[in-house]
Design a protein around this ligand. Structure first.
Ligand SMILES: C[S@@+](CC[C@H](N)C(=O)[O-])C[C@H]1O[C@@H](n2cnc3c(N)ncnc32)[C@H](O)[C@@H]1O
Length: 396
């Protein structure tokens, strides 16, 4: 297959994680940029990255690169692109645009010109044109313009890849799935010791951790990707790729989720069931300050309330109590937590072994790790609970 150029988008600070992941998935000429990583490969790699990437939010395929000096030039270049190879004359499409230092006053104008150029081409060839659907287009184009250079992309993902397909219930302060996956990866957890989210809300972190431990692809629960709608979609290559992906159906560890709020635990339960991970993720109502690990070492990863989306009485006192609980109840464990309340974080009162800035949606956060051990962190042991099966009765 021909080698193509792709651009995978991600969130600020996750570029190195994404770069490394793309290399492992077989991408070539991988170059990290700001909130994106460019790489090369064929269309089967594009399918694979949409299906497997935990850190990409979408993947764009560069279908045309050109220079232009006027509106007319721009129109002609887009009009010459064979959009009919991907989009049906009776289909729907949308165009988004980013532009800087260009002749166009607004990106919207460039997007409209792109739309006209595509529609006129269809009218000339078929006397029929596809419709624009901004909400739910079958084919999404993106134009990126800088000065007099333009790149036309096809968006292969459709909905953002953080929409994994397992969230049936949305916690009001739920963490983004890509951020949760990055938190697990950055902690160095290797799936060989128990995992605890003591303030689990809708269970995003637990589900992302279980998916990593079981080698479940990030896109496993999704029922569609943007490229499914392209006229050149190769269903055979897609099916082969997903069938080759081996999922582990048993692991000798448990994942525990606790929350003080029964309503939120209900949401966690619904999401865990949708992901068919109830044999692995054990949920209970509990105050974090009373939780103890069933086995040590264990890994704790959580996002306590920041007071932004959930009301808090006093973050400073609460974070001090979290720090005390970690110190007293979790010897020989590691704990990682994310928060946007930098002052409250100081009240944890433990020495950090890991620090990284990151975002949770628009919120600028700190992600801190604490080594609570007195002794070695050597995470390997056998399951207490016997056999687990991800797909016990239900087919995944
Ligand atoms: C920011 S939310 C976690 C969101 C979660 N990571 C998700 O993606 O859905 C914080 C959670 O901590 C819970 N919580 C607050 N105080 C708690 C406590 N003392 N013990 C256990 N859970 C607590 C809240 O009920 C809330 O669900």
């Amino acid at each position: 297959m021909k080698h193509e150029i792709f651009l995978a988008k991600t969130f600020a600070k996750f570029e190195p994680l994404l770069q490394n992941e793309l290399l492992q998935l077989g991408a070539r000429n991988v170059q990290a940029m700001s909130r994106s990583v460019q790489f090369e490969g064929d269309l089967s790699l594009l399918y694979k990255i949409n299906y497997c990437s935990r850190f990409a939010s979408r993947v764009l395929w560069q279908v045309k690169y050109f220079n232009f000096n006027s509106n007319d030039d721009f129109y002609k270049e887009i009009n010459a692109f064979s959009a009919e190879k991907y989009l049906s004359r009776s289909g729907t499409f949308a165009v988004s645009c980013t532009a800087s230092e260009t002749i166009f006053k607004t990106p919207l104008f460039a997007a409209l010109l792109t739309k006209d150029a595509i529609c006129d081409r269809f009218r000339d060839i078929y006397e029929q044109r596809p419709d624009v659907d901004k909400e739910n287009p079958e084919v999404q184009f993106h134009v990126h313009i800088h000065k007099n250079n333009a790149i036309l992309y096809l968006d292969s993902s459709g909905d953002s890849l953080h929409k994994r397909g397992y969230k049936v219930s949305n916690h009001p302060a739920s963490i983004n799935e890509i951020t949760a996956a990055a938190m697990v990866a950055l902690s160095g957890w290797n799936g060989k010791c128990d995992f605890i989210d003591p303030m689990c809300g809708g269970a995003t972190i637990l589900i992302e951790a279980a998916m990593q431990a079981l080698n479940i692809p990030a896109g496993y629960y999704r029922d569609k990707f943007g490229f499914f709608n392209w006229l050149n979609f190769d269903r055979f290559t897609w099916k082969n790729m997903i069938n080759e992906h081996a999922i582990q159906d048993d692991i000798p560890i448990d994942l525990y989720g606790y929350d003080i709020n029964p309503r939120f635990l209900g949401m966690a339960k619904a999401n865990v069931e949708k992901a068919r991970l109830e044999d692995f993720i054990l949920l209970n109502k509990r105050d974090m300050r009373t939780v103890k690990p069933k086995r040590t070492p264990s890994m704790l990863i959580f996002n306590p309330p920041y007071g932004e989306r959930l009301e808090m009485e006093d973050n400073n006192i609460f974070y001090k109590e979290i720090g005390d609980a970690l110190k007293q109840n979790f010897p020989q464990c590691k704990a990682f937590l994310i928060s946007s309340d930098i002052n409250a974080l100081k009240n944890i009162g433990l020495k950090t072994c890991f620090k990284q800035n990151m975002f949770n949606g628009p919120l600028e956060c700190k992600y801190y790790g604490y080594d609570l051990l007195s002794g070695k962190f050597a995470p390997t042991y056998q399951s207490q609970h016997g056999d687990h099966k991800i797909n016990s009765k239900k087919k995944c």
